[in-house]
Design a protein around this ligand. Structure first.
Ligand SMILES: C[S@@+](CC[C@H](N)C(=O)[O-])C[C@H]1O[C@@H](n2cnc3c(N)ncnc32)[C@H](O)[C@@H]1O
Length: 268
């Protein structure tokens, strides 16, 4: 696809920090090409995702902030299960269009989450949300430590967070990995960091390799469908990006795992 971008859905808010909307359509086309049919853009399967939603206990939550919300499935399910005041932040206009369209289809207008196009790192910090989630976007704050600090800074006393990110795979030798690949945090490292930020772990979900394989396969199907719909050099590049992703997975599959941690704020 080139140049002629879709229109942003009217219910998507554009944060004043956003200068170049055209540039964002362009920048995130690759992610859209590889994810456009997917409601869950991470290695969790449907059972694990449903378990996560239940662990976050949506009924009665009044202010749920999902950072890098993707196509909005987590917030839409949360609202379907009783949450109010949901806010989804993402920097991809494609993803927010998908989130807004799906919310329109499944929820009453009064229940629609706010969908905000923004650089998440620019979003105001303050302990105002009773649930703060960020799945699969730890690069925004340059890794696990920055991400956990930012979730902790946004959750209200007694609230809950969910952090989903990479970790050293079970069974991998940390010394060998740090020599061959560089630093990769262990489950213990993540849990130490959560505790240091006043967050007490209550649950962890560990998608297995089957989850990654299914996620990669969905990406391949999406990239191929995109290339059929918008044939040309860009679509070929996105197919190449997908192949790079598969190659990285093959190279790293012994050492890189991914988990979601659920933790409660213990700060009074
Ligand atoms: C792997 S997806 C995860 C989406 C969703 N959390 C999920 O698990 O289905 C990563 C998301 O991060 C968004 N993203 C990337 N950089 C961002 C940034 N700087 N600020 C906000 N969102 C960002 C992408 O647009 C994408 O929707």
């Amino acid at each position: 696809m080139t140049g002629l971008w879709p229109a942003l859905r009217p219910q998507v808010e554009i944060d004043p920090s956003i200068g170049d909307l055209e540039g964002l359509w362009d920048r995130f086309e690759v992610f859209e090409a590889l994810h456009h049919s997917q409601r869950i853009c991470n290695p969790m399967d449907e059972r694990e995702f449903a378990e996560l939603v239940a662990l976050l206990d949506p009924a009665g939550r009044e202010r749920w902030l999902d950072i890098a919300c993707g196509s909005g499935e987590l917030l839409i399910r949360a609202v379907e299960q009783g949450a109010n005041g949901a806010v989804g932040l993402d920097l991809s206009p494609w993803m927010l269009n998908s989130a807004a369209t799906e919310a329109e289809r499944r929820l009453d207008r009064a229940q629609w989450p706010r969908w905000v196009l923004t650089e998440a790192a620019a979003w105001p910090v303050g302990p105002t949300s009773d649930c703060v989630t960020c799945l699969g976007a730890d690069w925004i704050w340059h890794g696990m430590r920055g991400t956990i600090a930012n979730l902790a800074a946004r959750v209200a006393s007694g609230g809950v967070v969910a952090y989903g990110g990479p970790r050293l795979n079970f069974g991998a030798d940390p010394d060998h990995v740090s020599r061959a690949f560089g630093q990769l945090e262990t489950v213990a490292d993540v849990e130490t960091e959560l505790a240091a930020n006043g967050l007490r772990v209550t649950a962890r979900i560990d998608p297995g390799e089957a989850g990654w394989l299914s996620y990669l396969e969905r990406g391949r199907r999406d990239a191929e469908a995109w290339a059929r719909r918008y044939p040309g050099a860009r679509a070929e590049r996105w197919l190449g990006e997908h192949q790079d992703w598969v190659d990285h997975f093959e190279r790293d599959r012994e050492v890189v795992g991914w988990s979601v941690w659920v933790a409660e704020s213990t700060i009074a």
